[in-house]
Ligand binder design. Structure first.
Ligand code: 13P
Ligand code: SF4
Length: 304
């Protein structure tokens, strides 16, 4: 099928089935052509919570679809490729979280939304990269346990005075392997470029940033800036989006390995077959979903 025809068919199916498509910033550019909402995890969670649609097609990874199902349990949530996982979310399971809590008793647990429903159900509050600082601040406590991303937790601690963030040793392999040498190398070639970093990067890398923020925050900061040249230190999807939205500015991806294979699994054909066959439906155990929803609802109330 030609691309134009595929897009028309997807749009027709969306209308017939009262479906919406939520797409994360890291998705392949073609997905944007059928997406109703594109953005970061926090923005998409908010859309999932308030939509009137009967079907949510989540163009993203498993934990995002799971979060949408928890927020809108009566709706059908579809993940077009069931293999779209997240290496960071897989870094901690329920047993490991319980062991971590036993080691540090009576300390509230903040879990990054890049985690399983079970881990969310055992946490006090969720956060995304957009609102992590405000979520931890909202707890108003001296000590906080932060899972699974050690880098985001460490970044949050650096931004808050008097808060001790005890981090679990998880990380996103795509962001964690970016080095200060990568930045220095790009800076040598693009000396005037501003360095825009996602907080899943290590503290050595965020320390070199001109700006640190979620995917949406990076895009917004670039658009509002008078600068013309940027080194983008996160996944390639952000660079692709910025090329589309800001053709008059220059963007350099930190290195060619900054690609999340899971996020790139989806193509228009997958969205089409997901709508035709109602695949793959995401369900969450009711007891776990109820507990996880408390942590996610608390997060949604906290501003970015
Ligand atoms: P955002 O919070 O910017 O959507 O990032 C999610 C993510 O998976 C980054 O790797
Ligand atoms: Fe997970 Fe990293 Fe991919 Fe984000 S970029 S979805 S954290 S593996």
């Amino acid at each position: 099928m030609k691309k134009k025809e595929l897009i028309e068919k997807i749009n027709k199916l969306k209308n017939e089935k009262n479906a919406i498509i939520l797409a994360h910033t890291y998705q392949n550019a073609e997905i944007d052509e059928v997406a109703d909402f594109s953005g970061d995890s926090l923005y998409l969670s908010r859309q999932a919570a308030k939509t009137d649609a009967d079907i949510i097609v989540f163009a993203g990874v498993y934990f995002m679809a799971e979060t949408a199902k928890i927020l809108s349990p009566k709706k059908t949530v579809l993940l077009p490729n069931i293999n779209a996982g997240c290496d960071m979310a897989d870094k901690i399971n329920l047993k490991q979280l319980r062991e971590f809590k036993v080691k540090y008793p009576d300390i509230p647990v903040v879990c990054y939304v890049n985690s399983t429903a079970e881990v969310k159900s055992e946490s006090d509050i969720c956060c995304t990269s957009a609102n992590a600082i405000n979520v931890v601040r909202s707890l108003n406590t001296k000590d906080v346990l932060f899972v699974p991303d050690q880098n985001l937790g460490t970044y949050v601690e650096s931004q808050l005075e008097g808060v001790n963030v005890i981090t679990y040793p998880g990380y996103c392999p795509i962001h964690h392997r970016i080095t200060t040498e990568d930045i220095k190398g790009q800076k040598t070639v693009h000396s005037n470029a501003k360095i825009m970093v996602h907080p899943e990067c290590t503290k050595e890398v965020t320390a070199m940033a001109d700006f640190v923020g979620s995917t949406t925050a990076i895009i917004k900061a670039v658009k509002e800036s008078n600068d013309k040249s940027f080194i983008i230190v996160t996944e390639k999807g952000v660079v692709d989006r910025l090329h589309r939205d800001c053709p008059d500015k220059e963007f350099v991806l930190i290195n060619e390995k900054a690609v999340c294979d899971s996020m790139k699994l989806l193509h228009l054909e997958d969205i089409y077959s997901s709508l035709v066959n109602n695949e793959f439906e995401i369900n969450v155990d009711e007891t776990i979903a109820k507990k996880a929803k408390i942590a996610i609802d608390r997060m949604i109330k906290v501003n970015a």
